[in-house]
Design a protein around this ligand. Structure first.
Ligand code: EZ4
Ligand code: CO
Length: 403
């Protein structure tokens, strides 16, 4: 008897933050997991899966991963978009998990095997001011991190992106979007000073990263990149909003600071121009939002032709299922660059048992078949869905800015 997809369940839980997970079960009793979390829009993906994809999956061959991707992508008629692509990602990831379990192999082996011993990760350091940021960088170094992202609160700008409260950073933290003030002028005056302070105190023997988080115009980003060249950033992330890929050419013309883009993008077509015109250095698309392992591999292969390396998003809204899939892919691909590793609220480990381990600034895959992640339904039931939104940024004159 050929194995077919017998069941597909959409699981929603909130162990410290919301996660949506797809679990596919085959007629042989093999299960696969896929992350389907879209921060602040969770139920839209849950409905897309439950109402529109699950009925299409039942009875199909779980081994035909590529065909399933084409069927769900082309079959939607409507192209791309985060809700559709996150739903497709969940199916794709779950099928890779199943294929690994059926083969008795970890997913990285199915992707061609190991290209590296461990996956270099960067962690987040932040502070309410420069002194607090420096303390947090010291803490990250004590934990062995060799790559650290630095963000500090801009004086007078409450809720600056990326700053921890009580040792934790969770931007999706209110039941309606928090509105936060933004001043580009204040940021441009302040940010170079704390990045310099980090290098003055800790030197150059580690990778320093910074996330601009879409806040600057291309010209402002060019000026910022140029101004911090002496700091030798590993990258400046999302310097300007990415809808207009051509905008990055202006930044490129003015600065040698490397550029990383892609966490909010969902397909190879969204990064095609950025990659083929060599307008970026790192592509940050992820398993969960860019069409699963199948499609992310395609993006990274295109990137390799242009010496663009991977730098996948790995914030806490990407579940341990996405993280495990990312680490398998990062382990296998030739043009891996770095992987974000933000960590999770403590309760997450009660729901998701992951084989991914951290040591000396690197994450490591497990050799369990498939992705190596288990989902505990009983633990998950104790954490019901809890609606949360990302903030909205407003300029000091009250107009909406990119958050
Ligand atoms: O704002 O994951 O680099 N990391 C980031 C994150 C994103 C959130 C959005 O859901 O930019 O903090
Ligand atoms: Co970012």
């Amino acid at each position: 008897m050929v194995s077919v997809i017998e069941r597909a369940e959409v699981l929603i839980t909130s162990p410290g933050r919301n996660f949506v997970t797809l679990r596919i079960t085959t007629s042989d009793g093999v299960t696969g997991l896929g992350d389907a979390t879209l921060n602040g829009r969770e139920l839209a993906v849950a409905s897309y899966l439950e109402d529109h994809l699950v009925p299409l999956l039942i009875g199909r061959d779980p081994a035909r991963i590529e065909d399933m991707w084409q069927y769900l992508y082309r079959g939607a008629y409507w192209r791309r978009g985060p809700v559709t692509m996150t739903a497709i990602s969940a199916v794709d990831t779950a099928l890779w998990d199943i294929k690994g379990k059926v083969a008795g192999l970890p997913v990285y082996q199915l992707l061609g095997g190991r290209s590296r011993e461990g996956v270099l990760v960067y962690t987040h350091a932040s502070g309410a001011d420069t002194a607090a940021l420096l303390d947090d960088v010291a803490r990250a170094q004590e934990l062995g991190y060799q790559a650290i992202r630095a963000q500090a609160a801009v004086p007078g700008i409450a809720g600056t992106y990326g700053v921890k409260k009580d040792g934790k950073y969770e931007p999706a933290n209110s039941s309606l979007p928090e509105e936060q003030p933004w001043s580009t002028e204040a940021y441009l005056r302040f940010a170079p000073t704390y990045l310099r302070a980090v290098r003055e105190r800790f030197g150059f023997d580690f990778h320093l990263l910074h996330d601009v988080h879409h806040r600057l115009t291309p010209q402002e980003a060019a000026r910022f990149g140029k101004e911090v060249e002496d700091v030798q950033l590993f990258w400046m992330e999302d310097p300007t909003p990415v809808e207009n890929q051509e905008a990055f050419r202006l930044i490129r013309r003015h600065t040698t600071t490397p550029v990383a883009v892609g966490e909010a993008l969902t397909s190879i077509w969204d990064v095609q121009h950025l990659i083929t015109e060599q307008l970026i250095d790192y592509v940050r698309t992820t398993v969960v939002h860019a069409g699963g392992i199948t499609h992310l591999r395609r993006i990274f292969d295109l990137a390799a032709l242009y010496q663009v390396r991977s730098g996948s998003h790995g914030a806490s809204d990407l579940s341990p299922v996405c993280q495990a899939a990312a680490i398998h892919l990062d382990t296998a691909i030739p043009n891996f660059g770095i992987q974000e590793h933000m960590g999770y609220p403590d309760q997450v480990a009660e729901v998701f048992r992951t084989g991914v381990t951290y040591a000396d600034g690197h994450l490591h895959v497990s050799d369990e078949p498939g992705l190596g992640v288990e989902y505990d339904d009983e633990a998950a039931a104790a954490f019901p869905y809890n609606p949360k939104y990302l903030p909205v940024a407003r300029r000091l004159d009250g107009s909406v800015h990119d958050w």
